[in-house]
Design a protein around this ligand. Structure first.
Ligand code: PGA
Length: 243
């Protein structure tokens, strides 16, 4: 279960969240605070709560002002990176190629990437959701060694469901997750069965159980509801019950 804090939170909130959160050893949990707080989050995270960043640069080092290398994330105790979040794609013009390159960079630095894919409302209305997700996924598969798939998770996040309070129905989400797994199985069938495909887009304590009950939904990428330790704990519990 992933807690994507986006550009929310403050130094004083880290310890409060860490103290209030209740983990379940059946559910892997990862915390993605703003990168500036990563070291502090690692220092206060309870055992069993991994930490990561919401984006990374493509190089291991160099003249890239403002970028953070995957190797640096690992150096301060981070182990995960979100790559290709729709807010990066839209607000920073990140294209499929760059998302693929970032995924490879995360793997090179020893991180576990969660690669985000998902269509906009207009793309779904046009009936293009699978075409879009396939294009986004293939750009990543083209840039990594398929043997590395075991270290990757996929986040299916329909853009129209992010931060809107409108969740994909469990059936809509399941259909897309199944599609993603089928695409992955063309790269490596065994790996595709094991890879985690998590859903993101207005996951809340009230809808989590129904989503996680779907066959191909292996967890959640939670934004708004992850800022509240009680809500995130409830979502972790829903995932534990679904296992
Ligand atoms: P949300 O965000 O849960 O606030 O919709 C999810 C995400 O963007 O990862």
């Amino acid at each position: 279960m992933a807690a994507n804090w986006k550009m929310f939170g403050a130094a004083a909130q880290l310890q409060v969240f860490a103290d209030a959160l209740q983990l379940d050893d059946r559910v892997d949990a990862v915390w993605f605070p703003p990168a500036l707080y990563l070291g502090a989050a690692v220092a206060v995270a309870p055992q069993g709560l991994a930490c990561g960043v919401q984006d990374i640069g493509t190089s291991a080092s160099g003249a890239h002002t403002g970028d953070i290398a995957a190797e640096m994330v690992a150096d301060v105790g981070g182990s995960w990176a979100i790559v290709g979040h729709s807010e990066r794609r839209m607000l920073h013009n990140e294209g499929d190629d760059l998302v693929g390159t970032k995924t490879a960079a995360a793997l090179r630095g020893g991180l576990n990437p969660i690669v985000c894919v998902g269509e906009t409302a207009a793309e779904r209305d046009a009936g293009h959701e699978k075409i879009v997700v396939q294009r986004q996924l293939e750009a990543v598969l083209d840039r990594i060694d398929h043997g590395q798939l075991a270290s990757i998770s996929i986040g299916y996040e329909p853009v129209w469901a992010i931060g809107t309070g409108v969740t994909a129905s469990p059936e809509q989400a399941q259909e897309m997750h199944e599609f993603v797994r089928q695409l992955l199985s063309e790269a490596d069938a065994q790996m595709a069965a094991e890879i985690r495909i998590v859903y993101g887009g207005s996951v809340k304590p009230g809808n989590a159980a129904q989503l996680f009950a779907q066959k191909d939904i292996d967890g959640g990428l939670v934004g708004g509801a992850s800022l509240d330790a009680a809500d995130f704990t409830a979502i972790i519990n829903a995932a534990a019950q679904a296992r």
